[in-house]
Design a protein around this ligand. Structure first.
Ligand code: ASP
Length: 359
């Protein structure tokens, strides 16, 4: 028995040491302050309330009321609230984007803030997310969150989306992945995500490169990094502009005439994005209008209305001959964002084409 005594002593010492570590962790968890999140509210259905009949109005409920519906947030993070706008995201525009970017950058530059959550309508969420993905300089998580059902609906999706968004925003594993969109237990990269359904809660998809990850009641699971430059490696961040150049989107269809392209140029557009048919095609007459637009100094990007895939140079259309730019993987609304930022920096067609390959 005598030779066992040192082993028993050792086991006892290990047990005491482990108990001390557990006690320390417990004390740290119960006494250290919760991470701090800045919540920038802009409106949308997540803050919407039902009206008479089957209708509802976006952006009618205060952020405080939204937060009060999710008391579980109190044990996750300290949340500082700032109302930047109170709109349905169909009214989102460059002016609000620039204000939002300024407020988000201020929050990210604050060492006390772990991450930023932005409540936003779902209609144009992908555009705002991609704009911020290129306009903010920080590795801290920035998460856009919305809802498809208003806060007063049967089974609203906003509360769980909000809880998950805050969980993503405070988790260091979500750092340096660019701006993220969290809805329906899914995490999407700003560059990839698109709204694909008018009403369903699973409306957001990332058709070309897939999901960034999943978030289940606050537990995160990332599948991989994003592929292109964003935030800290974006040359457009932090955005300093006070306005953005006008860029219009023209939706192609069978029988597309040149008139709308000519009208956009006459109205002062500095850039045009064609939501082309198939791989970014457009009718012969519309193509001639685009070539004329380029000759008059307007930059023209070919994208696709299909919702997925790549638009490559010089396949059915001779982009070199007409001086056109192709959107590569970006859908028309995101191609518009990159074209605005490129034009704002005074880049020419060749330089902007190169940016479509790296952002
Ligand atoms: N129209 C609303 C908005 O984009 C729709 C939503 O939030 O789901 O603000």
């Amino acid at each position: 028995m005598g030779h066992l005594q040192p082993r028993v002593k050792l086991s006892f010492c290990i047990f005491i040491a482990a108990a001390r570590v557990r006690l320390l962790h417990y004390l740290m968890a119960t006494t250290s302050p919760l991470p701090c999140v800045r919540l920038l509210a802009t409106g949308g259905t997540i803050a919407g309330a039902q009206t008479e009949g089957r209708g509802y109005a976006a952006a009618t409920i205060s952020v405080e009321a939204l937060l009060a519906a999710v008391p579980e947030l109190n044990s996750l993070a300290t949340i500082e609230v700032e109302q930047v706008a109170r709109i349905g995201s169909q009214d989102m525009d460059d002016t609000v984007w620039l204000q939002l970017a300024a407020r988000a950058q201020a929050a990210l530059d604050d060492p006390a803030i772990a991450g930023v959550v932005i409540t936003h309508g779902t209609d144009t969420m992908e555009e705002t997310a991609y704009f911020l993905n290129l306009a903010l300089k920080s590795t801290k998580p920035v998460v856009l969150v919305g809802a498809m059902r208003p806060a007063t609906a049967i089974s609203p999706d906003g509360p769980m989306n909000l809880y998950n968004a805050v969980a993503v925003a405070i988790d260091p594993v979500a750092s340096d992945r660019g701006v993220l969109v969290v809805t329906n237990d899914e995490i999407h990269f700003a560059r990839e995500v698109s709204k694909t359904n008018t009403t369903q809660v699973g409306t957001f998809k990332s058709p070309n490169r897939g999901l960034a990850g999943l978030v289940n009641r606050g537990r995160l699971h990332f599948f991989g990094p994003t592929v292109r430059r964003h935030t800290v490696t974006s040359e457009f961040a932090p955005v300093a502009a006070t306005e953005l150049p006008r860029v219009d989107i023209i939706y192609a269809h069978a029988g597309l005439r040149r008139d709308l392209i000519d009208a956009a140029v006459s109205a002062g557009a500095r850039g045009l994005v064609i939501a082309g048919v198939g791989a970014g095609n457009l009718s012969t007459g519309a193509l001639a209008a685009c070539a004329d637009a380029v000759r008059s100094g307007v930059l023209v990007v070919r994208s696709s209305r299909t919702g997925g895939g790549v638009v490559e140079r010089n396949i059915e259309i001779n982009d070199d001959k007409h001086g056109l730019i192709v959107a590569e993987e970006l859908n028309p609304q995101k191609a518009r964002v990159l074209l605005m930022l490129g034009l704002g920096r005074g880049l020419d067609a060749a330089a902007i084409q190169a940016r479509f390959m790296i952002y």
